[in-house]
Ligand binder design. Structure first.
Ligand code: ZN
Length: 243
């Protein structure tokens, strides 16, 4: 009797870049580092990733980016709760989407949760790591794309294909969040919904660090923003007349 095939190996994740001096959203050099809460057990730890905020556009981002190792169990539980709340929020606005793309999906934890609320929806995922291929093998997503959504070979295939595009803690991890946001809008069908959550999963009750220019950016691209500035997540609808 032959041994069962081994689990597919996951190649090493890409190494993140160094600390950056400019805002990834607008290029401004006027950054305000905010001291992350000190853990007394980690006083001897080397320089850690802190939340920087741009004084010009208000975009907040981890600097340097958090490494993509799995988060501690308590953080993962908080992320699952956020996923469930976001799926329910979308259910009220778009109860029966046919197709949904989760951007930066990783192991497709969000599609797995959202399926509970959207059993007839087809979920696809895109992620810079090969974890998304493992997620497809586990049938958490139907189609898997390795790379950035803004990569031309991915963007051209996914143009105007989706009823919903979701991004969880993704824009603050990519080097060019504006390009990634525009690619997300291009992947939406006219009338489709964008779901954006850029809150820090480690600080569940903190106000969302939405860039001040985000709403204007969405409206300039023919979207109606359906949530208020204090909402913990942003939902926008791409208008039928959007370019
Ligand atoms: Zn900025």
């Amino acid at each position: 009797m032959s041994a069962p095939p081994p689990m597919p190996a996951v190649p090493p994740v890409p190494v993140h870049g160094p600390h950056r001096a400019d805002c990834p959203w607008c290029g401004s050099l006027r950054l305000r580092p905010r001291p992350a809460r000190q853990d007394p057990r980690q006083k001897a730890a080397p320089a850690r990733s802190v939340l920087d905020r741009c004084r010009d556009c208000g975009h907040a981002f981890r600097n340097p980016p958090l490494d993509p190792r799995p988060a501690p169990p308590a953080v993962r539980a908080g992320v699952r709760l956020r996923h469930a709340l976001a799926a329910r929020a979308m259910l009220r606005r778009c109860p029966d989407p046919e197709s949904w793309l989760d951007v930066g999906t990783g192991d497709a934890d969000f599609p797995r949760t959202a399926r509970t609320y959207f059993p007839y929806t087809s979920f696809d995922g895109v992620d810079p790591t090969h974890r998304v291929l493992r997620a497809r093998a586990a049938e958490r997503v139907e189609e898997a794309y390795v790379g950035r959504l803004a990569d031309p070979h991915i963007a051209s295939r996914l143009r105007a294909r989706y009823d919903v595009v979701s991004l969880f803690q993704h824009l603050e991890r990519v080097p060019d969040p504006r390009a990634e946001l525009r690619a997300a809008l291009r992947a939406l069908r006219p009338g489709g919904h964008l779901l954006l959550d850029i809150a820090d999963p480690r600080r569940l009750c903190a106000p969302p660090p939405h860039p001040a220019g985000l709403r204007a950016e969405l409206e300039a691209h023919g979207c109606a923003v359906l949530t208020g500035p204090r909402d913990t997540r942003l939902v926008a609808r791409k208008e039928e007349s959007a370019p």
